[in-house]
Design a protein around this ligand. Structure first.
Ligand code: SME
Length: 156
């Protein structure tokens, strides 16, 4: 497995199309969850340079901070709280154009303006969530949802 990421320019779809097989290659043959989550967060951060990219993982009755790239963040989120806890409770991806308009949004940083949270499923159960924050409003759309859902589905 190559440890160098090839960074692509172009539109968002082209960037994801280039990144997807590279993430797949990074995960292939590696069963360790922390290693895989860490490399996904790093690859997404390197390609897109979003403000914050990382995982929260379900541990007992809370989401607990996992591998991430970006500034320090809150460590525990209850089910149904914030964007992450809501995505966990509803078991679906949530896109937020303006975090200030999301009731109960948990502001780990005032620099975060928009957000997408994608649940990670195994056997129909939410194991954790991928959380991506941008310092720009309305950064995320259906293209991000489609590709980020594909990326988390690669987690072995
Ligand atoms: N904004 C998230 C909390 C996590 S941080 O953005 C890294 C939320 O409302 O769940």
């Amino acid at each position: 497995m190559a440890e160098d990421l090839t960074i692509t320019k172009g539109d968002k779809k082209e960037q994801y199309e280039s990144l997807l097989p590279q993430i797949e290659a990074l995960l292939t043959g590696e069963p360790n969850l922390v290693a895989n989550l860490a490399n996904i967060a790093a690859a997404l951060k390197e390609q897109f340079n979003w403000f914050w990219v990382g995982f929260y993982w379900v541990i007992e009755d809370e989401l607990v901070l996992g591998p991430f790239q970006g500034p320090v963040a809150c460590t525990r989120i209850k089910k149904g709280r914030g964007v992450c806890g809501t995505a966990w409770e509803k078991a679906c991806t949530i896109l937020v154009d303006d975090v200030e308009k999301f009731p109960g949004h948990i502001a780990c940083s005032s620099l975060s303006k928009s957000e997408i949270v994608v649940p990670v499923f195994k056997a129909g159960k939410v194991l954790g969530v991928l959380d991506v924050d941008s310092s720009e409003l309305s950064q995320f759309d259906a293209t991000d949802q489609v590709y980020l859902e594909k990326i988390v589905a690669l987690i072995p």
